[in-house]
Write a protein that binds this ligand. Structure first.
Ligand code: AMP
Length: 278
């Protein structure tokens, strides 16, 4: 499995790659969620390329960037074991060379939720994703439903800019107690890890209520807040019951809705979401 550091190296490695070429873009510290993407790509594509790059421009918070885990050797072992064909692990200078000045400015769907709480986040995400697409030239790329807004923003970018790549959504992979797998989970202490279960519990409460016929979005938001309030270590950033495509906040559910939240447990910020079926 070639591990490429430069754009030229990875382009060389993929020059005669059999199509379709599937891409899995990650920031490393690989877990079962990433593996679901890689396995889906492996099952559907003749060639699979993965990237590991902790993209500084999507981090607003320097501490979050500094503490982001980077177990590179373990990650490469996992990708090799999964039969990935080529890996790109670029340096910052390769992605953002001296004088870099061109950015993707995503639209309205990027302004809500994560965009509101992490200004510039999706500008950084879209810019690096477009650049990685241009470097690898994939036919298909796999993204996790765990980052539901990111998926919408990237789909919109791909449609608006006529990118020749299919964006495939992969369901969220969870720990046995419901916590969505995340590279940041490893930063949680024991008490925090226990407290983090409240995210999924709160979302499950919303989906149970919606399934029981509660279609008033405020009632659902209140139920989520009430569940989160049971956990003293949980500090809520936002709770949203929104249209699953526009992410506009809803008054009433008259179709599927996206219930999403961001919660801080100690110094670690976690996000999660579920689709509510009215
Ligand atoms: P990251 O390394 O956090 O940037 O994530 C890389 C890709 O893995 C993104 O498409 C994420 O949405 C996806 N991903 C992360 N966590 C999960 C999960 N628990 N289940 C499914 N996909 C995930």
């Amino acid at each position: 499995m070639p591990v490429c550091v430069t754009i030229d190296e990875v382009r060389d490695a993929l020059r005669d790659a059999e199509r379709p070429l599937g891409a899995v873009l990650t920031m490393g510290a690989l877990h079962g969620g990433h593996l679901a993407l890689v396995r889906r790509a492996r099952a559907e594509c003749k060639t699979v390329a993965a990237t590991i790059y902790v993209n500084p421009t999507q981090f607003g918070d320097a501490r979050d960037l500094d503490t982001y885990p980077r177990p590179m050797q373990d990650d490469l072992r996992v990708l090799r074991r999964e039969g990935v064909d080529v890996v790109l692990v670029p340096s910052d200078a390769e992605i953002y060379p001296e004088g870099f000045a061109s950015w993707v400015e995503p639209g309205r769907v990027a302004e809500r939720l994560e965009g509101e709480h992490r200004p510039g986040h999706f500008r950084g995400v879209c810019t690096v994703v477009l650049k990685l697409f241009n470097i690898l030239g994939p036919d298909v790329s796999y993204f996790g439903q765990k980052d539901a807004q990111q998926l919408l923003v990237i789909r919109k970018m791909a449609a608006d800019l006529a990118l020749p790549v299919d964006i495939v959504a992969v369901p969220t992979v969870r720990e046995r107690d419901g916590l969505a797998m995340s590279s940041r989970n490893g930063n949680l202490g024991n008490d925090e890890r226990r407290a983090a279960r409240v995210l999924h519990r709160a979302l499950t409460r919303a989906s149970d209520l919606a399934a029981d016929g509660v279609h008033d979005a405020d009632a659902l938001r209140n139920a989520v807040h009430a569940t989160l309030a049971e956990e003293p270590l949980a500090q809520v950033d936002y709770v949203s019951i929104a249209h699953p495509e526009t992410l506009e906040e809803l008054h009433t559910l008259d179709g599927p809705a996206l219930a999403s939240l961001a919660v801080r447990i100690g110094q670690t910020r976690l996000i999660d979401n579920v689709t509510l079926l009215a």
